[in-house]
Design a protein around this ligand. Sequence first.
Ligand code: NAD
Ligand code: FES
Length: 275
Amino acid sequence: MPNTIVKKKGLIPGRVSEMIISAPEIATKARPGNFVVLRLSPQGERIPLTIADTDPQAGTITIVYMVLGKTTAMLEKLVQGDDILDVCGPLGKPTRLDKVGTVICVGGGTGIAAMHHIAKGHHRVGNRVVAIIGARSKDLLLFEKELASFCDEVLVATDDGSYGHKGFVTEVLAKRLAQDAHVGEVVGVGPVPMMRAVAETTRPFKVRTIVSLNPIMVDGIGMCGACRVTVGGKTRFACVDGPEFDAHSVDFDELMRRLGSFREQEQASYNTYCE
Ligand code: NAD
Ligand code: FES
């Protein structure tokens, strides 16, 4: 069955877009925390994208992507009615949704969209959900309205102070944790430096903290080893053992190093595509 783009919306013009894609089987089976792997052409690379939302009745899934390289630039050229060659999923382990009372979900940049589905899952099991979302400036902030529709609180931070707290999401998180001794869990999704900072912020509070890792992936089913991460000193494959892991045990230095392994080739491929 073709994976047709049912709707496309530019969230941040030229930089971040949302696509609603027809994928009935994935929409029925996907749980918060799952992701899909897309391929746009037979020889093309495979890119993992977290599922931001699903609509099982309509048979659709929502993805949000930032135009970063050749494949996301190709994706950005597609319009409503076009088909995506492959959408493979749902992949990865779903979020563990325990009833813990209050859960703080922290999202940074495009990571907010991925965090949205996890936050919704916590809301559905009856947790009190506090969303802390951050972007460089107000115009780059995603999903505030969507989160406000079900979260108990939405707190905002912008690096430049154009909206909400001036500074990082972790500053808001630290303040919230100091005020509230009953937080059962913290979830962080966003750039790696943010996820590392979330882990260091919650460590002294001894709160269970989960991050959704975004290493390079190829097959997404545990065969290639590309998504290898070290958690608690053990090798894990983010596509099958994760992508969510205990933040306090992740080797973030290794993750950063491995994410940068093909930066030159990625840039060269993007430059050639743009010529
Ligand atoms: P960004 O660099 O604009 O950062 C967004 C926010 O994160 C900042 O406003 C700040 O509040 C926080 N942040 C950033 N660095 C921080 C630090 N050192 N300490 C504390 N807080 C910090 O984000 P972007 O350019 O939108 O990039 C989004 C990133 O999220 C991409 O790298 C993408 O790969 C990643 N992402 C991850 C997932 C996932 O599943 N983990 C999903 C989608 C996107
Ligand atoms: Fe290949 Fe995870 S992407 S093992």
